[in-house]
Design a protein. Structure first.
Length: 62
């Protein structure tokens, strides 16, 4: 799998974020601090809907 980190990753070693990998019909997600541990995967449409929702509803809006 070709894992990539968010462009919003913290500085430092860049290990304080999640990584995603695009599969034919799913998106895989893992913790960059523990890349050999469990990986989650979601149907592409569901993951895209989640990301779109998070973009529209910032957590900082209170």
């Amino acid at each position: 799998m070709n894992w990539r980190k968010s462009t919003y990753s913290d500085g430092g070693d860049g290990d304080t974020c999640v990584e995603i990998a695009t599969l034919p019909t799913r998106i895989a997600v893992r913790d960059s601090k523990a890349p050999t541990r469990a990986t989650l995967s979601f149907p592409t449409a569901s993951f895209t809907a989640l990301v779109d929702h998070l973009k529209e509803h910032s957590w900082s809006e209170g």
